[in-house]
Design a protein around this ligand. Sequence first.
Ligand SMILES: [Zn+2]
Length: 187
Amino acid sequence: MDTEKIEGLVYELLKAIGENPDREGLLETPKRVAQMMVEMYEGIQYSNADIADMFGKTFTVDTNQMVVVKDISCFSYCEHHMALMYDMNISVGYIPKGKVIGLSKIPRIAEMCCKRLQLQEKIGEDISEVISLATGSEDVIVHITSSHSCMSARGIKSTDSKTTTLATKGAFGDDAMIQRFMLMKQS
Ligand SMILES: [Zn+2]
């Protein structure tokens, strides 16, 4: 990421919105924003395959019972407004095919997929692709609910609305399997 360029552009942006970037409170702002962006958008530099390599350590198992990791809290940023998606709750389920991924790695995968300019629908697909690449399982499901500040803080100011998406692969194309996942997610 070109932080020097970001700093210059944020300086210009502040001028463009009618601010004085040289006033005391804003002197360090371009630098802070650039540093924040390095963290917020870390996932842009990695492909889904890279993320699978980074967090995809697996263990051999002799089971095919469904694994669900629920209530992962994340933030992301919508690609239409670069606005925050918040109160995001992600649950991931998959059916192992001879190997399982370390449980703590699933939130790390979700978080890295979120650190991009995203659509909520795409986050679910990215996470399910990474889980699939890491575990070799085609049976993955990702449930996400989130608030979008581009809806809650501007435009229609729909402060209480939440968006739910469900990305499914393989066996989760089946309604009964989705129901089993939803039951495990609620328990
Ligand atoms: Zn938006």
